[in-house]
Design a protein around this ligand. Structure first.
Ligand SMILES: Cc1ncc(COP(=O)(O)O)c(C=O)c1O
Length: 398
């Protein structure tokens, strides 16, 4: 790899020698974030309460809430716990949700609603085709009982950035409420309430803010938090109860992941120092552009046209060459210092490469070089995908 410049100091390789995680969270974190976990904190103590308050303020600062209409409620658990908490708390028991699915996470939200016994209508666009504003409008016009729309911001299973602007327009102009799963996008892709006055959204610690796993957070209109009282089916996933307790005592209701919160605060400070959402998004977009250009030079093809590519994660088709065997490619990439991600498409074979985490374009150039070497070692002469893959891609002509 002599011709590839090393990562700049700020994005030096993980100090303990583990591979970079080119995955959409958990992801590669800064040394300072890991170091912040070395202290123990008393969960009831004033110092930790101040940390919780800083965390909530820091997240609210990212949504452009000039009028102070929103509040932030951290919840223990992974992202799915927060999606479940949001749905169970904000959708009344007699509410009805229009779920927009184009991948695994939309379908998981639909499955969650089944557990919660909430009525729903599902628009399932398959592996990746985006739900469009006109479809949302038609579904809402056809069913006045629908109270909420659930949209996935970046559908991480394909990497598509869904058109939340047009979905919001169709939803809000019809007087319905918008819930957003922005798990993998929040902090790098703008989601300001000045642009889209959504009802509530969720994300988690180990995504674009670059913290470690252990909690997620719901940001919601205060009016929605107030109205959520009594809706939840679950004690521990009741967002209203968590919010009310935090407002009253400054504490989490049950044992908080103290070290994870300390790490997250460090990650939030580094997010601000980098320049906030715009700068974080620009770094990830550059990561994506450098990586995609390099992979295309090797002959790989992306599932999505540039217009739909998120700066979060990119799906590539597996090459048609029979010498390309994904587990072998994976192991070789890992041995060269990069953990990639299997694909989730059901129709054709694919894999994914993430662009988020503590890494920059120099790292991405090394990823491409590693892929080049892995192909050579495997004896793969062309990374071109099979014709079925290209036919599949034709479905998304927009
Ligand atoms: C869009 C989206 N929603 C939900 C989840 C689920 O989060 P978790 O795996 O932390 O439960 C993920 C995870 O990557 C995601 O990307």
């Amino acid at each position: 790899m002599a011709d590839i410049p090393p990562a700049s100091d700020a994005f030096a390789p993980p100090r303990l020698g583990e591979p970079y995680l080119l995955t959409p969270g958990p992801l590669t974190t800064a040394w300072e974030v890991k170091e912040a976990m070395l202290k123990d904190w008393g969960s009831w103590d004033a110092d930790f309460r101040a940390m919780t308050a800083e965390l909530r303020r820091g997240l609210l600062a990212l949504i452009g809430d000039d009028r102070g209409e929103y509040d932030c409620v951290p919840m223990q658990g992974s992202g799915s716990y927060c999606v479940e908490a949001m749905l169970g708390s904000f959708v009344p028991r007699d509410g009805k949700v229009l779920v927009l699915a184009n991948g695994a996470y939309g379908l998981r939200a639909s499955a969650t609603l089944k557990y919660l016994n909430r009525a729903q209508v599902l628009i399932d666009k398959g592996d990746y085709l985006p739900p469009r504003g006109a479809e949302v409008a038609a579904a809402l016009d056809a069913d006045p009982k629908i109270t909420h729309v659930l949209a996935i911001h970046c559908e991480t299973s394909s990497g598509i950035l869904n058109p939340v602007g047009e979905i919001a327009e169709a939803t809000l102009s019809r007087g319905r409420k918008l819930l957003i799963d922005s798990m993998s996008a929040f902090g790098a892709v703008p989601l300001e309430v000045r642009d889209i006055p959504w009802e509530a959204m969720v994300s988690s610690a180990n995504k674009c803010i670059e913290g470690v796993p252990g909690f997620g957070f719901v940001i919601a209109k205060k009016s929605a938090l107030e109205a959520a009282k009594g809706n939840s089916h679950s004690l521990s996933l009741d967002v209203h109860a968590q919010w009310a307790a935090m407002e009253k005592t400054g504490q989490w209701r049950f044992t908080p992941p103290t070290h994870v919160v300390a790490a997250f605060l460090q990650a939030l400070r580094m997010h601000a120092a980098e320049g906030g959402v715009a700068a974080r998004g620009a770094r990830y977009a550059r990561n994506r552009d450098v990586m995609v250009a390099g992979m295309r030079e090797l002959g790989f093809e992306t599932l999505l046209d540039d217009r739909w590519l998120s700066p979060i994660i990119v799906t590539f088709f597996c090459p048609a060459d029979p010498k390309f065997v994904f587990p072998d490619f994976y192991d070789r990439m890992k041995a060269k210092g990069f953990i990639i991600y299997p694909g989730k498409l059901t129709v054709v074979d694919s894999f994914r490469v993430g662009c988020i985490g503590r890494m920059d374009e120099h790292v991405m150039r090394r990823v491409v070089q590693a892929a080049r070497e892995a192909l050579t070692e495997m004896g793969v002469t062309s990374a071109a995908p099979p014709s079925e893959a290209l036919a599949e891609r034709q479905k998304l002509v927009a």
